[in-house]
Design a protein around this ligand. Structure first.
Ligand code: MN
Length: 294
Protein backbone atom coordinates (compact mmCIF):
# COMPACT_ATOMS: atom_id res chain seq x y z
CA UNK A 1 0.00 0.00 0.00
CA UNK A 2 1.22 3.47 -0.87
CA UNK A 3 2.28 5.73 1.95
CA UNK A 4 0.31 8.64 0.49
CA UNK A 5 -2.42 8.23 3.10
CA UNK A 6 -5.56 10.29 3.19
CA UNK A 7 -5.78 11.07 6.89
CA UNK A 8 -8.84 11.55 9.05
CA UNK A 9 -9.71 15.19 9.71
CA UNK A 10 -12.30 14.28 12.32
CA UNK A 11 -14.62 11.54 13.50
CA UNK A 12 -18.01 13.16 13.94
CA UNK A 13 -20.65 11.79 16.29
CA UNK A 14 -24.26 12.11 15.13
CA UNK A 15 -25.80 15.45 16.09
CA UNK A 16 -29.21 15.30 17.88
CA UNK A 17 -31.95 14.07 15.58
CA UNK A 18 -34.93 16.01 14.26
CA UNK A 19 -38.08 14.76 12.58
CA UNK A 20 -38.75 15.22 8.87
CA UNK A 21 -42.51 14.90 8.80
CA UNK A 22 -43.37 12.07 11.20
CA UNK A 23 -41.59 9.33 9.27
CA UNK A 24 -37.92 10.22 9.25
CA UNK A 25 -35.87 10.68 12.44
CA UNK A 26 -32.68 12.12 11.07
CA UNK A 27 -29.26 13.28 12.16
CA UNK A 28 -28.02 15.97 9.79
CA UNK A 29 -24.23 15.65 9.47
CA UNK A 30 -24.06 18.26 6.76
CA UNK A 31 -24.49 21.08 5.99
CA UNK A 32 -25.35 21.49 9.71
CA UNK A 33 -21.99 20.60 11.28
CA UNK A 34 -19.63 23.60 10.88
CA UNK A 35 -16.55 21.43 10.21
CA UNK A 36 -18.23 20.41 6.92
CA UNK A 37 -20.64 23.27 6.23
CA UNK A 38 -22.13 24.06 2.81
CA UNK A 39 -19.21 22.94 0.67
CA UNK A 40 -17.01 20.58 2.71
CA UNK A 41 -18.52 17.45 1.16
CA UNK A 42 -19.41 18.93 -2.27
CA UNK A 43 -20.82 17.59 -4.59
CA UNK A 44 -22.77 16.07 -1.66
CA UNK A 45 -24.69 19.01 -0.18
CA UNK A 46 -26.74 17.34 2.55
CA UNK A 47 -26.76 14.08 4.45
CA UNK A 48 -29.75 13.17 6.60
CA UNK A 49 -29.10 9.92 8.42
CA UNK A 50 -32.03 8.02 9.90
CA UNK A 51 -30.17 5.83 12.39
CA UNK A 52 -31.72 2.53 13.50
CA UNK A 53 -35.25 3.17 14.73
CA UNK A 54 -37.85 0.62 15.87
CA UNK A 55 -40.98 2.06 14.32
CA UNK A 56 -44.23 1.00 16.03
CA UNK A 57 -46.97 -0.53 13.87
CA UNK A 58 -49.34 2.08 12.48
CA UNK A 59 -52.50 2.05 10.33
CA UNK A 60 -51.37 5.38 8.89
CA UNK A 61 -48.23 5.63 6.79
CA UNK A 62 -45.68 7.89 8.48
CA UNK A 63 -43.76 10.22 6.26
CA UNK A 64 -43.48 13.67 4.78
CA UNK A 65 -46.20 15.26 2.64
CA UNK A 66 -46.05 17.03 -0.71
CA UNK A 67 -43.01 19.28 -1.14
CA UNK A 68 -40.89 20.58 -4.03
CA UNK A 69 -37.21 20.25 -4.89
CA UNK A 70 -35.07 22.08 -7.46
CA UNK A 71 -31.41 22.28 -8.34
CA UNK A 72 -30.09 18.93 -7.10
CA UNK A 73 -30.68 15.19 -6.75
CA UNK A 74 -32.05 13.25 -3.78
CA UNK A 75 -30.46 9.86 -3.25
CA UNK A 76 -32.31 7.61 -0.82
CA UNK A 77 -30.53 4.49 0.42
CA UNK A 78 -32.66 2.03 2.41
CA UNK A 79 -30.80 -0.20 4.89
CA UNK A 80 -33.82 -1.39 6.88
CA UNK A 81 -37.50 -0.88 6.12
CA UNK A 82 -39.18 0.27 2.90
CA UNK A 83 -40.00 3.73 1.57
CA UNK A 84 -42.76 4.62 -0.88
CA UNK A 85 -42.92 7.76 -3.00
CA UNK A 86 -45.22 9.60 -5.42
CA UNK A 87 -44.47 12.62 -7.57
CA UNK A 88 -46.21 15.27 -9.65
CA UNK A 89 -45.11 13.65 -12.94
CA UNK A 90 -47.10 10.52 -12.05
CA UNK A 91 -44.11 8.44 -10.96
CA UNK A 92 -44.37 6.24 -7.91
CA UNK A 93 -42.58 3.30 -6.44
CA UNK A 94 -41.12 1.55 -3.45
CA UNK A 95 -37.51 1.63 -2.31
CA UNK A 96 -36.89 -1.80 -0.83
CA UNK A 97 -34.35 -2.86 1.77
CA UNK A 98 -30.87 -2.66 0.23
CA UNK A 99 -32.11 -0.57 -2.71
CA UNK A 100 -31.45 3.01 -3.78
CA UNK A 101 -33.56 5.66 -5.44
CA UNK A 102 -31.59 8.31 -7.28
CA UNK A 103 -34.02 11.13 -8.09
CA UNK A 104 -32.82 14.01 -10.22
CA UNK A 105 -35.11 16.87 -9.17
CA UNK A 106 -33.14 19.33 -11.37
CA UNK A 107 -35.64 21.90 -12.79
CA UNK A 108 -38.27 20.78 -10.33
CA UNK A 109 -40.55 18.15 -8.97
CA UNK A 110 -43.19 17.84 -6.25
CA UNK A 111 -43.11 14.62 -4.30
CA UNK A 112 -44.06 12.93 -1.06
CA UNK A 113 -42.11 10.24 0.77
CA UNK A 114 -43.41 7.87 3.42
CA UNK A 115 -43.10 4.40 4.89
CA UNK A 116 -44.40 1.67 2.60
CA UNK A 117 -47.87 0.44 3.52
CA UNK A 118 -47.13 -3.11 4.63
CA UNK A 119 -44.03 -1.99 6.57
CA UNK A 120 -46.15 0.67 8.32
CA UNK A 121 -48.77 -1.86 9.36
CA UNK A 122 -46.22 -4.31 10.77
CA UNK A 123 -43.73 -1.78 12.10
CA UNK A 124 -40.10 -2.74 12.51
CA UNK A 125 -36.53 -1.63 12.18
CA UNK A 126 -36.02 1.41 9.95
CA UNK A 127 -32.65 2.79 8.85
CA UNK A 128 -31.87 4.91 5.81
CA UNK A 129 -29.76 7.72 4.39
CA UNK A 130 -30.88 10.57 2.21
CA UNK A 131 -28.20 12.49 0.35
CA UNK A 132 -28.72 15.67 -1.60
CA UNK A 133 -26.26 15.66 -4.48
CA UNK A 134 -25.71 19.12 -5.92
CA UNK A 135 -25.80 19.77 -9.66
CA UNK A 136 -23.48 22.08 -11.57
CA UNK A 137 -25.15 25.35 -12.66
CA UNK A 138 -25.46 24.23 -16.27
CA UNK A 139 -27.49 21.14 -15.27
CA UNK A 140 -29.78 22.60 -12.59
CA UNK A 141 -32.67 23.24 -14.99
CA UNK A 142 -32.55 19.93 -16.87
CA UNK A 143 -35.68 17.71 -16.74
CA UNK A 144 -36.42 15.66 -13.64
CA UNK A 145 -35.79 11.91 -13.81
CA UNK A 146 -35.38 8.78 -11.70
CA UNK A 147 -32.94 5.95 -11.43
CA UNK A 148 -34.38 3.04 -9.45
CA UNK A 149 -31.29 1.08 -8.44
CA UNK A 150 -32.10 -2.29 -6.93
CA UNK A 151 -29.45 -4.09 -4.93
CA UNK A 152 -29.05 -6.69 -7.71
CA UNK A 153 -28.18 -3.89 -10.19
CA UNK A 154 -25.25 -2.60 -8.13
CA UNK A 155 -21.67 -3.38 -9.03
CA UNK A 156 -20.26 -6.00 -6.63
CA UNK A 157 -16.62 -6.50 -5.73
CA UNK A 158 -15.83 -9.44 -3.48
CA UNK A 159 -12.85 -8.90 -1.17
CA UNK A 160 -10.01 -11.40 -0.94
CA UNK A 161 -10.99 -14.49 0.99
CA UNK A 162 -14.68 -13.63 0.72
CA UNK A 163 -14.48 -11.55 3.89
CA UNK A 164 -16.63 -8.84 2.52
CA UNK A 165 -18.18 -7.13 -0.46
CA UNK A 166 -18.16 -3.61 -1.83
CA UNK A 167 -21.42 -2.62 -3.51
CA UNK A 168 -20.83 0.07 -6.09
CA UNK A 169 -23.83 2.38 -6.53
CA UNK A 170 -21.98 5.13 -8.39
CA UNK A 171 -18.40 5.47 -9.59
CA UNK A 172 -15.89 2.66 -9.78
CA UNK A 173 -14.04 0.34 -7.40
CA UNK A 174 -11.21 -1.96 -8.58
CA UNK A 175 -12.56 -1.90 -12.12
CA UNK A 176 -16.19 -2.56 -11.14
CA UNK A 177 -18.58 0.24 -12.11
CA UNK A 178 -21.80 1.32 -10.43
CA UNK A 179 -25.04 1.74 -12.39
CA UNK A 180 -25.92 5.33 -11.38
CA UNK A 181 -25.55 8.06 -13.97
CA UNK A 182 -24.03 11.11 -12.28
CA UNK A 183 -23.58 14.65 -13.60
CA UNK A 184 -20.17 15.07 -11.95
CA UNK A 185 -17.56 12.48 -10.88
CA UNK A 186 -18.30 10.72 -7.60
CA UNK A 187 -18.14 7.41 -5.80
CA UNK A 188 -20.97 6.04 -3.65
CA UNK A 189 -20.33 2.57 -2.22
CA UNK A 190 -21.53 0.31 0.56
CA UNK A 191 -18.65 -1.66 2.08
CA UNK A 192 -19.85 -4.73 4.00
CA UNK A 193 -16.95 -6.28 5.89
CA UNK A 194 -16.67 -9.20 8.28
CA UNK A 195 -14.81 -8.61 11.54
CA UNK A 196 -11.08 -8.41 10.85
CA UNK A 197 -11.46 -7.76 7.11
CA UNK A 198 -9.79 -4.83 5.36
CA UNK A 199 -10.57 -2.96 2.15
CA UNK A 200 -8.32 -0.44 0.41
CA UNK A 201 -9.62 2.66 -1.31
CA UNK A 202 -7.90 5.27 -3.43
CA UNK A 203 -9.50 8.62 -4.21
CA UNK A 204 -8.00 11.77 -5.74
CA UNK A 205 -6.62 14.08 -3.05
CA UNK A 206 -9.01 16.93 -3.93
CA UNK A 207 -12.13 14.73 -3.70
CA UNK A 208 -14.24 15.43 -0.63
CA UNK A 209 -14.46 12.14 1.21
CA UNK A 210 -16.39 10.77 4.17
CA UNK A 211 -17.43 7.37 5.54
CA UNK A 212 -20.65 6.84 7.51
CA UNK A 213 -20.61 3.81 9.82
CA UNK A 214 -24.04 2.25 9.27
CA UNK A 215 -23.38 -0.82 11.35
CA UNK A 216 -20.51 -2.17 13.45
CA UNK A 217 -17.19 -0.50 14.25
CA UNK A 218 -14.25 0.31 11.98
CA UNK A 219 -10.94 2.09 11.91
CA UNK A 220 -9.11 3.65 9.01
CA UNK A 221 -5.37 3.69 8.42
CA UNK A 222 -4.93 2.09 11.86
CA UNK A 223 -6.13 5.26 13.54
CA UNK A 224 -8.62 5.35 16.40
CA UNK A 225 -11.91 3.44 15.97
CA UNK A 226 -15.17 4.93 14.73
CA UNK A 227 -18.34 3.51 16.23
CA UNK A 228 -21.74 2.90 14.66
CA UNK A 229 -23.50 6.10 13.49
CA UNK A 230 -20.31 8.16 13.34
CA UNK A 231 -18.98 9.90 10.24
CA UNK A 232 -15.30 9.75 9.35
CA UNK A 233 -14.38 12.98 7.58
CA UNK A 234 -11.12 13.05 5.62
CA UNK A 235 -8.48 15.64 4.78
CA UNK A 236 -8.20 16.97 1.21
CA UNK A 237 -4.73 15.59 0.79
CA UNK A 238 -3.39 12.11 0.28
CA UNK A 239 -5.16 9.41 -1.67
CA UNK A 240 -5.05 6.03 0.09
CA UNK A 241 -7.41 4.73 2.76
CA UNK A 242 -7.36 1.32 4.42
CA UNK A 243 -10.68 0.46 6.06
CA UNK A 244 -10.47 -2.14 8.84
CA UNK A 245 -13.54 -3.79 10.37
CA UNK A 246 -13.30 -4.21 14.14
CA UNK A 247 -16.74 -5.87 14.14
CA UNK A 248 -18.96 -7.07 11.27
CA UNK A 249 -19.60 -3.69 9.66
CA UNK A 250 -21.40 -1.79 6.93
CA UNK A 251 -19.98 1.55 5.83
CA UNK A 252 -21.37 4.09 3.36
CA UNK A 253 -18.47 5.49 1.38
CA UNK A 254 -18.74 8.91 -0.28
CA UNK A 255 -16.06 10.60 -2.34
CA UNK A 256 -16.57 13.17 -5.05
CA UNK A 257 -15.02 15.95 -7.05
CA UNK A 258 -16.10 19.28 -5.56
CA UNK A 259 -18.34 21.57 -7.62
CA UNK A 260 -16.62 24.90 -7.17
CA UNK A 261 -19.59 27.22 -7.76
CA UNK A 262 -21.48 29.57 -5.44
CA UNK A 263 -24.33 28.03 -3.41
CA UNK A 264 -27.61 29.70 -2.50
CA UNK A 265 -29.85 27.32 -0.59
CA UNK A 266 -33.16 27.74 1.11
CA UNK A 267 -35.57 25.02 2.26
CA UNK A 268 -35.99 22.48 -0.54
CA UNK A 269 -33.99 24.40 -3.17
CA UNK A 270 -30.25 24.45 -3.87
CA UNK A 271 -29.27 27.03 -6.48
CA UNK A 272 -26.36 29.36 -7.23
CA UNK A 273 -27.88 32.80 -6.52
CA UNK A 274 -30.54 34.35 -4.26
CA UNK A 275 -32.39 35.46 -7.40
CA UNK A 276 -32.71 31.81 -8.49
CA UNK A 277 -34.05 30.88 -5.04
CA UNK A 278 -36.67 33.64 -5.37
CA UNK A 279 -37.61 32.31 -8.83
CA UNK A 280 -37.92 28.79 -7.44
CA UNK A 281 -40.41 29.97 -4.79
CA UNK A 282 -42.34 32.02 -7.41
CA UNK A 283 -42.51 29.04 -9.77
CA UNK A 284 -43.63 26.82 -6.90
CA UNK A 285 -46.38 29.22 -5.76
CA UNK A 286 -47.46 29.70 -9.40
CA UNK A 287 -47.98 25.96 -9.86
CA UNK A 288 -45.07 25.46 -12.26
CA UNK A 289 -43.95 22.35 -10.35
CA UNK A 290 -47.26 20.67 -11.25
CA UNK A 291 -49.79 19.20 -8.86
CA UNK A 292 -49.78 16.31 -6.43
CA UNK A 293 -52.56 15.34 -4.07
CA UNK A 294 -51.60 15.19 -0.37
MN1 MN B 1 -38.01 15.23 -0.70
Amino acid sequence: MSTNLKHVKSILLPPPYHMVGDGFRVHNFFPQLPVIGLTGMSPFFLMDYNSKWEVPASDRQRGVGVHPHRGFETVSIAYHGKIAHHDSAGNSGVIGEGDVQWMTAASGVLHKEYHEKEFSMKGGLFQMVQLWVNLPAKCKMTPAKYQAIENKDMGKFTLDGGKGIVEIIAGEYNGVKGPAFTFTPMNVFNAKLSKGATADFSFPSNYNTGFLVIDGEVSVNSEKPASEDSFIYFENKGTEIRLEARKDSTVLILSGEPINEPIASHGPFVMNTDEEIKEAYEDYYNGKFGYLED
